[in-house]
Write a protein that binds this ligand. Sequence first.
Ligand code: NAD
Length: 421
Amino acid sequence: MEPNGETKEDKHICLNCRSYLEILKDIAELSQAEMDLLKKPKRVFMFNVPLKMDSGETKLLNGYRVQYNDALGPCKGGIRFHQEVNLEEVKMLAFLMALKCALLSLPFGGAKGGLEIDPTHLSKNELERISRNFIRATHNFIGPDWDIPAPDVNTNEQIMAWMVDEYSNIKGKFVPSVITGKPVELGGSAGRQTATAMGGAFILKRLIEKLKLKPHNLKVAIQGFGNVGMNLAKILHNWGYKITAISNQNGALTNPKGLDIEELIKNNQTNNQPLKLENIELVHNRELLASECDILIPAAISHQITKENAADIKAKIILEMANAPVTTQAEKILQEKGITIIPDILANAGGVVVSYFEWLQNSSNDYWTEEKVFRKLEEKMDKAFDAVQKLAEEKNQDFRTASHILAVQRIISAEKLRGNL
Ligand code: NAD
């Protein structure tokens, strides 16, 4: 889930995605036919969704569902409600989902859906009506073996609950596996809320082991203290890392000796308030990025590490939990400094992996403990990391390029086997 409703984010992600495809063309030796296939979504649905307001007025809203690629299995991707949703953006986000699912070896293709509306001013009843109407408009082309939606910007587990209920009403039976990100009572998976952070932590653990480093010798700075940043701080602190800097949109707290994470969480239950910790002064955000640390974890918003501040970064490892936190120009500077970047497509894929587990549990009616969910998550994240590292070494490429090559190769290979190329 990507709960921060900034579509500016997505323009950055889309731009990165597009430019990577061009870079890959030569490195992965893609033919023109393969490039054409990757550049075009398989299916695009556009529809009107009526919303009857509490006032009695009816609005007709633009809805989209893009099934970008389904070579590896049913399409998978969120539904977002946002006033700036548009078809081009939905297409690129669906492509990104296809790459992410392929990289993590999930038996899924990629999709994304959107509704052009600002839901923040809707009443609860209006939100329920529009969620149900979205399913009435799409039920013929989604389904557990076809296309499985999930939450995204401005959609949450309550909306997924209404959607699964509406789909089940139409089909005349309970079909929990049509949608993931549901409340646990309706078939949601244990561990889903912390899945993205846990996935990133497992990737970092794998990297650290390979580098023969020990957590207690490592200083970590985390930008962002929301769902991802806060949970990751908690996990890494429990694993013995020293968290020396944390920020949110109001500023940063730093202490080279380590911050008291339990106290910080206790003091900062409300996201986006200035962070509070006794005897530590709130400083400007930029100080976090330039702080003395071994691992820097951007977990806030996109394009935070730019050509202006990249030279100041002292970390040796950057774990991209936010989407597209490093600009292309900054990446060149970081590479020259020898900094290892674990790309977003790999680092923040824990959420979609646990979505896959949710779908599996719904399909088999066998529900797992949180312990089992995280054990299986670690296996998936380790496998993806190892494959990326192997390819990076073989091709003498960075982790980002290797991740994209691997994802694209898997999609192309499935398309070839199906006879589509
Ligand atoms: P969130 O809204 O819960 O938290 C975002 C945090 O970033 C907040 O603490 C906010 O104050 C902080 N922030 C905003 N601007 C900042 C700035 N300029 N400097 C420092 N901090 C700033 O969001 P989240 O769910 O934690 O997601 C964080 C990032 O991870 C986003 O880029 C999101 O797209 C990505 N992501 C999240 C998930 C997920 O499962 N939640 C999955 C994949 C990717």
